[in-house]
Every structure is written in C-alpha cells, then in structure tokens.
Design a binder for this molecule. Structure first.
Ligand SMILES: [Zn+2]
Length: 241
C-alpha cells in the first residue's frame, strides 16, 4: 500500500515536472519567436529543395552574436536609384528577420555612422556600379566568425540579357549576397530554383525570399535559440521540405 502510494506520488511529480518543462519550452519558443511561431510560416515558399550552409565549407563562417549591423559603401558614381535599391534590400531582410524572430536576430543598417563602414558594421556592402564586364554579380568575402565584406557588382551570370543597372535587379542581387553574409549557401537545386539563394531567377521567375531561407537562418543561429554559449551551425544542407 505504502509502496503504491509512493509510486502514485512519484508519477504525479513526474507529470508535474514534464508539464512545467513543456510550459517553459513553450514560453522560450514564444519569447525567441523561432520558426513555427506562425510569422516565418507566412513567408512564401519557394522551389528550393535544400540550402547549403556556408560554415560547412568555410569553418568559422558564422556569427556569434545576433545584433548584426550592416553598412553600405558605394562608389561615388552610384545613382540615387541604385543606392535606394541597396537600402531597400537591407530593409527587406531587416523586416523579415524582425517579423520572424521578433528581435532575437536583427539586421540594422548603420550606414553613415562611425568614421568608416568597416569600423561601423559587421557586414559592409561595397557597390561598384561600373565594375566588371565579366559574368559576376556579387561576392561575399568571408573570414572567421562572419562575412564582413560583400562586393556587389551590377551583373549576374543567368541574366546577361537583362539591364544590369535596373534598380530592382540590384536589389535582388544584394538580397542574395546578404543571405550569404548571414550564413546561407545556395540552393542544392541551384539552376532550377527561383529561391533568393538560387540561380534560377530572373530567367525562370522573380526571386523568392522564402520561408526556407528564414528557417535556414534559424538553423545557422541555432545557438541563439538555446540561450547558451554560441556554437557553430550543424551539418547541412538544410532540407526545405
Ligand atoms: Zn551566391
């Protein structure tokens, strides 16, 4: 009898502890605002099959803080329309990160603050409108713990028949490069995918900054949802299905 009562008591305590753990987890998830909170899910899905994770290829290429800053350093010849397009691409990422993660992972445009962009920001977007003539659109230069320099030129391989100076196109190229700077690689179905991290756009359709891109960001920043010490992203590719 005594043993049975003890067992029931133990079972009740166990159930209580499990309930508390579930509650705590729910609260953490809500506070962190991770994917699955309904906000990321409202983003469009794309035809990406999976996303490569850049830190798998470049060890150290991940962020150990979540309040990421970004600044633009543009060539003096850049037009105001081109500068607006770059600002718009940064704002697009900032908004979508805010909506999805509710302040846990942020991207802040700090252009114009500090003595030079390198001192002011984690990520610096260099825009050189007249560079190239080669089939080359953007390039993220990555070092340990981050990707401080993004070169954005005005052409990209799949669309050589498109006006490379069109602001909307520059906006897309910059969004793609910011995706790299945050830690995303390309889609595994690179040439067929119109995901922002694919190469299928613009020939196969407009690019899509997708639910999977943001889930990929959550995968890269997994440590931030744990609330502990930063650790590198797990092995990808991140499956979009
Ligand atoms: Zn790329």
């Amino acid at each position: 009898m005594h043993t049975r009562k003890s067992l029931i008591a133990l079972a009740l305590i166990a159930m209580l502890l499990i309930s508390l753990a579930v509650l705590a987890n729910t609260r953490d998830a809500a506070a962190a605002g991770g994917p699955g909170n309904g906000q990321c899910n409202r983003l469009p899905s794309s035809n990406a099959e999976a996303l490569e994770i850049l830190s798998n290829y470049y060890p150290g290429y991940w962020w150990d803080h979540t309040d990421i800053t970004i600044a633009v350093q543009a060539h003096p010849n850049a037009s105001s329309e081109q500068l607006e397009a770059i600002d718009h691409s940064i704002a697009t990422w900032s908004d979508v990160l805010e909506r999805c993660f509710r302040g846990l992972i942020t991207l802040t445009n700090v252009t114009g603050t500090g003595n030079n962009p390198q001192q002011a920001a984690d990520i610096v977007v260099h825009y050189v409108p007249t560079a190239g003539g080669v089939a080359f659109g953007g390039y993220a230069v990555c070092g340990d713990h981050g990707c401080p320099n993004i070169m954005v030129r005005s052409d990209l391989p799949p669309s050589l028949n498109r006006d490379p100076y069109e602001p909307e196109y520059l906006d897309w190229v910059t969004q793609h490069e910011i995706g790299h700077a945050l830690g995303l690689g390309h889609t595994t179905n690179l040439w067929e995918s119109t995901d922002m991290m694919g190469y299928g756009w613009p020939d196969l359709g407009d690019p899509v900054l997708s639910e999977c891109d943001l889930e990929g960001i959550a995968f890269v920043f997994d440590w931030a949802f744990d609330g502990g010490e930063p650790y590198p992203p797990a092995a990808g590719p991140f499956d979009c299905s």
